[in-house]
Design a protein around this ligand. Structure first.
Ligand SMILES: [Zn+2]
Length: 350
């Protein structure tokens, strides 16, 4: 048998409703439900123990929820829809991956970046509704778990999953185990400090963070600031979106190579910090910004990354953006996040 990551507790199924003290006892042969709650889309899937997505549905995240119950009810309806008449209680568990900080112990989303609610208690209401274990995890560690079990993280004891999308985030596997931190928010690498020249303000309220320059949401602001600083005037409104800027680079719009070099230095500063923080043997990149523009961005990463430590292998995820959803299925099967089963909704985040 090959390398098996620590943490997945595989115990023959005695009873499909049997569990104890945070170590789920469901067989990985059972189907689970995986939920990926993003700022833009909600994806829900039926997934088998070997990572086969048997059915997947997607819907836009409710734009202006007035209360947490609006999100909870929406997710419940999607779970009912995908179970297609099967009793949800017959599934092995529910794993939920969410964009934004979490309290994994309490099964809550905290200050989600694209949903205007301070917190959303999610796991407790889902347990109450369906009566099966529910676990919740930040989508970046979820992505790392997806890679660890089904992607390029297989057999790799030390790697970092980095998503460069609307925001920037990371999931770290160290010594074969996912790194979660106190409440499940370790490796919020998008908030690494990478610049003192432009001092762009990050959505978290602090200047100079990686996400404030190189994420899909903020690349246009960085570009606008760079144009002002370098007296570059552009015509048209393509500079208002990251895809527009990358398209202009591809069509050879004059002067943009210098902006790409600057963006490359910023990304390389972030990656260099990831390397010295976690000493990974591999970095797996995911997220629409890097997936769609690897040809432009990757060579710059490698040109400017510090060589203080040996360069890890750096590549793009081959799971087609499904890593967080697959990672949600891993926790649904009983990967030990030391975060409890949420069956009581007890507040144990001390
Ligand atoms: Zn920040």
């Amino acid at each position: 048998m090959g390398y098996r990551p620590h943490g997945l507790v595989v115990v023959p199924t005695v009873s499909r409703r049997c569990y104890h003290s945070g170590f789920l006892t469901y067989s990985t042969m059972s189907q689970v439900i995986a939920v990926d709650l993003g700022g833009t889309n909600v994806r829900v899937a039926k997934i088998s123990g070997d990572g086969v997505i048997e059915k997947k549905i997607s819907s836009l995240t409710p734009a202006s929820p007035e209360a947490p119950a609006d999100i909870v009810d929406f997710v419940i309806e999607m779970i009912r829809s995908i179970s297609e008449g099967d009793e949800v209680s017959e599934f092995g568990g529910i794993g939920v991956s969410v964009a934004g900080p979490v309290n994994s112990h309490r099964g809550m989303v905290i200050n989600p970046p694209n949903i205007a609610l301070p917190e959303i208690p999610l796991a407790g209401p889902l347990v109450k509704e369906f009566g099966i274990p529910v676990r919740l995890i930040n989508d970046c560690p979820a992505g790392a778990l997806g890679e660890m079990y089904f992607g390029d993280g297989k057999g790799c004891r030390d790697f970092v999953y980095i998503t460069i999308s609307t925001g920037i985030g990371g999931g770290v596997v160290a010594g074969g185990k996912i790194l979660l931190g106190r409440n499940g928010n370790a490796a919020e690498i998008g908030h690494f400090h990478v610049d003192t020249r432009y001092n762009l303000m990050c959505g978290c309220g602090h200047p100079g963070h990686w996400e404030a320059y190189a994420s899909g949401r903020y690349i246009p602001e960085f570009f606008s600031c760079w144009c002002l600083e370098n007296h570059v005037k552009i015509s048209g409104d393509w500079g208002r979106s990251a895809p527009g800027i990358f398209e202009a680079v591809r069509t050879g719009y004059p002067g943009l190579d210098d902006f790409m070099e600057e963006l490359g230095r910023i990304n390389a500063r972030g990656i260099s910090d990831v390397i010295v923080a976690y000493d990974p043997s591999r970095i797996i990149l995911d997220g629409s910004v890097i997936r769609n523009n690897a040809d432009l961005l990757l060579p710059l990463f490698e040109r400017y990354i510090d060589r203080f430590l040996p360069l890890p292998k750096i590549g793009i995820s081959r799971l087609n953006g499904l890593s967080p959803l697959l990672g949600a299925s891993v926790i649904a099967h009983g990967y030990d996040t030391a975060a409890g089963t949420f069956l009581t909704g007890a507040d144990n985040d001390t």
